[in-house]
Design a protein around this ligand. Structure first.
Ligand SMILES: [Cu+2]
Length: 417
């Protein structure tokens, strides 16, 4: 089965490369990353607030927790031209080689700071396993106040990227929060197939000079030394401060739909029946593995769902649901979750009063997100974050798996001198 698949893949890769003359490849992958902008002008040295990223959109294989290899569409990150391991003239062909069959579940996590400008280039490398398809793709930042619809990725009002083409999206990250992104082309199909990613905008309060925040002693976060205070939102009082943060993207796949896509069969939306229940593209026990997961020698599921902390630490869970078929409920037993943000907004009323609340279960529909803070208990040990619909603790037909991960509380290890 794998030999046949690899043979088909190799043939398709060769066909795709052979059919593109060198000049067309050179002109098609054009990655914009300016050193100076109106908001962040410079005389040659790029302001750190100008960030650049390069994603490819295509297909690939992932491994479900019961060992099942599943076909997906998604994104993968590739190096910018300045970081490429090949000369610039070889960059386009190299990106195609790197990007084909490289799809990740979830898609690469995008993290920016509030006030950043992000130039995000998207290259459509085509669907290697489906050479009959010529689907375009887009990037849509769900729930993000995108000023210009042309960069919003909604096909009706934006540009969709055809195979072999690249577009650089522009974002001015003006509002902190927990967002998510997905492809918006034929959204039911492309989202079921896996074009889903985590997206976080960190608040400018992290960079505020040291001082008193309404009774909270603030020192700015220093990425190099990993010291200082970090917050989920610009709260003005340190109430969303956290020590460690983890992305938790709720999702699920219908293996029949994915197999039908791989085998060029009709894709009836009405028949969708998701049976792999996932956190960050993995089912338990893979969710609790710290390492990057590989499929056929490639990174396929890079984002672990394992939550680790020391007693007393504040754990920020950035939880989102990008599933297109169901609401999902996540719960913790014995560890209250304090909800401080919903749908990328700090939970405050019009008078500025905190509306935070503590709960043991959280229900999110597709497109919703929540910022949750758990204070790690003094009692060291392993706790669980898991679906409250217990039939979803399964990996398709396999019992004891699915939508669950571990929260491991352990004392700090003393560094060896
Ligand atoms: Cu797409």
């Amino acid at each position: 089965m794998n030999v046949i698949k690899n043979g088909v893949v190799a043939a398709a890769v060769l066909m795709l490369i052979a059919s593109l003359p060198v000049s067309a490849q050179d002109s098609s992958i054009y990655v914009q990353c300016p050193t100076s902008t109106t908001l962040h002008p410079s005389d040659g040295v790029r302001d750190p607030a100008i960030k650049c990223d390069h994603l490819v959109a295509g297909d690939g294989m992932v491994t479900m927790a019961d060992g099942y290899p599943q076909y997906i569409f998604s994104f993968a990150r590739v190096p910018l031209p300045e970081n490429a391991l090949v000369p610039l003239e070889d960059y386009p062909g190299w990106v195609m080689e790197q990007g084909m069959l490289a799809a990740n579940a979830p898609a690469p996590t995008i993290v920016v700071d509030e006030d950043d400008e992000l130039f995000l280039s998207l290259t459509n490398v085509g669907m290697t396993m489906r050479p009959d398809l010529f689907d375009p793709h887009t990037v849509h930042w769900h729930g993000f106040p995108q000023a210009s619809p042309v960069f919003d990725g909604v096909p009706d009002s934006s540009i969709s990227i055809n195979m072999g083409a690249t577009l650089t999206y522009y974002y001015n990250a003006k509002d902190a929060g927990t967002y998510m992104y997905h492809c918006h082309v034929e959204a039911t199909e492309h989202m079921q197939m896996g074009m889903l990613g985590n997206l976080f905008v960190r608040p400018r309060q992290n960079r505020l000079a040291a001082g008193d925040l309404n009774g909270f002693a603030h020192t700015p976060w220093d990425e190099a030394t990993q010291t200082g205070n970090r917050y989920a939102y610009n709260d003005g009082d340190g109430s969303t401060a956290y020590d460690v943060e983890f992305p938790i993207q709720i999702g699920s796949f219908d293996p029949d739909f994915h197999d039908a896509s791989l085998n060029v069969q009709p894709l009836p939306f009405a028949g969708m029946n998701d049976r792999y229940f996932l956190l960050n593209g993995r089912g338990y026990p893979d969710t609790a593995k710290a390492e990057v997961m590989m499929t056929d020698g490639r990174e396929s599921q890079p984002v672990s769902s394992l939550v680790t902390a020391q007693p007393g630490q504040r754990i920020l869970l950035r939880i989102s649901n990008l599933n297109i078929t169901r609401f999902y409920t996540l719960g913790t037993n014995g560890l209250p979750m304090e909800v401080v943000g919903l749908d990328a907004r700090l939970l405050r009323d019009d008078a500025g009063k905190n509306m935070y609340y503590k709960t043991n279960s959280l229900t999110l529909g597709g497109g919703q997100s929540a910022d949750v803070i758990i204070t790690a208990p003094d009692e060291v040990g392993t706790y669980f974050l898991y679906t409250q619909n217990l039939d979803q603790l399964a990996n398709n037909n396999e019992n004891f798996g699915g939508m669950m991960t571990e929260i491991r509380i352990a004392a700090a290890t003393t560094p060896t001198p």
